[in-house]
Ligand binder design. Structure first.
Ligand code: AMP
Length: 147
């Protein structure tokens, strides 16, 4: 199973924020969209960073004034990305190694083509196992009827 297979199911929409926006707007955007990460980009659409709920939690813990600090002051700039042809084992390995739960996907032209979260991976894996169980059950039923 590849990143493309997951994007085919979940879609390619990525919710973004501009680097000069405040942490408060980032938090509001995460909550309103029920997501855990936002991609920061410039006006040309170039990927500049990622900010996740974990980054915001850290700032809340530090008592940061969320209305006074900008996304660019907190976001991670060194982003690990995937491409649509990568298989999900690659994504899982990178997430485990880097201890993060979101991976932006770039296509061959380096354009943002989607985002994969650890939740998407778990969902895809579960679905795959369920399909396999159904296939085995069908096989056993057929085999039993044929005998
Ligand atoms: P997460 O587990 O995705 O909430 O992120 C944990 C930390 O890793 C945060 O500081 C994020 O900004 C950072 N992070 C999230 N996704 C990525 C990624 N694909 N590449 C690099 N850093 C990331």
């Amino acid at each position: 199973m590849t990143i493309q297979d997951i994007l085919n199911q979940k879609g390619t929409r990525v919710i973004t924020i501009e680097p000069h926006h405040t942490l408060y707007l980032a938090l509001a955007t995460l909550i309103e969209n029920k997501i855990g990460a936002l991609i920061a980009h410039d006006h040309a659409g170039t990927l500049l960073g990622i900010i996740t709920e974990r980054d915001l939690m850290r700032e809340v813990y530090k008592d940061t004034d969320l209305r006074a600090v900008r996304v660019e002051d907190v976001m991670t700039r060194n982003i690990v990305t995937g491409n649509p042809d990568h298989d999900i084992e690659y994504v899982m390995a990178k997430m485990t190694e880097g201890r993060f739960r979101h991976m932006p996907v770039l296509d061959d032209e380096n354009t943002l083509a989607g985002i994969i979260s650890i939740g998407d991976i778990v969902k895809a894996k579960l679905q795959h196992v369920e399909e396999e169980v159904t296939q085995y059950k069908d096989f056993v039923t057929l085999d039993w009827r044929a005998s």
